[in-house]
Ligand binder design. Sequence first.
Ligand code: ZN
Ligand code: ZN
Length: 315
Amino acid sequence: MKAMVLNRISSLREYEAPLELVDFPKPVPGKRELLIKVSVCGVCHTELDEIEGRTPPPFFPIILGHQIIGRVEEAGTNISTFKVGDRVGIAWIHSACGKCKHCIEGNDNLCEKFEATGRDTHGGYAEYTTISEDYAFTIPKIFSDQEAAPLLCAGTIGYRSLRLTNMKDGDILGLVGFGASAHLVIQMAKHKHPNSKIFVFARSEGEREFARELGAAWAGDIGENPPEKLNCAIDTTPAWKPIVEALKNLAPGGRLVINAIRKEDIDKDQLLKISYPVHLWHEKEIKSVANESHQDVSEFLELAAAIPIRPEVQV
Ligand SMILES: [Zn+2]
Ligand SMILES: [Zn+2]
């Protein structure tokens, strides 16, 4: 089969085209696995972290890509849920042990044996891939393949981030950075919390304009002061300055959720600007978001169809 593979860790500043188109052995589904013919695969910022080695794959060559839509081409033995021809989605969570405390409590995203699609196993930039039937998701009919792909990481991780903010209706939410995930979060936050105001912080005027179109009550640059303090905030940027700014803008008892698998080191010196009374006092909290659980993906796909969320996609 044809596949785009990553052969080694490299800096994108020095090497702009790290993926290579090759002929690669077609995978064979194991017990309780499905062989999927891929129709689309979404592109995620996390792949830059994989390519540059901030969250490196354990082997090479590897096929990246973790927002996959396809059809079941072949079912391995003991498959009960899916049949040949069914449309399925594959998300960032590829597998977990199923036995540890985290898995039993529904937090398989925190499992020590957590494996990510397109990092720890081959992903979707290929004609075929395989997945355990436990981690294949049925996609609501209202979404086209292209629309559904970004729901599997950008959308689901946004859903988990929003959940971790503990936001209540009427709370003010800040979205710091406005890309793939945040433009879906604003749609779910407005649906779940109709009496809340959402303030968006983004570097480009185009993103701020898009945020206003999607219902942001205010949109400004990172570093600008919002009209009111934030009860909760979600950061989706790769940098540190937005964290320092968001902590400053939090109301007493506010929580900042960092939705980023890794931060880049370029502006790490910004952290020295943290002043205890300005950025942390009054019980302000910081929480990171790690991966996504099986439950997050299923719940979010249902919510996305009910709203319905409309991802903006470029093919
Ligand atoms: Zn992703
Ligand atoms: Zn586990």
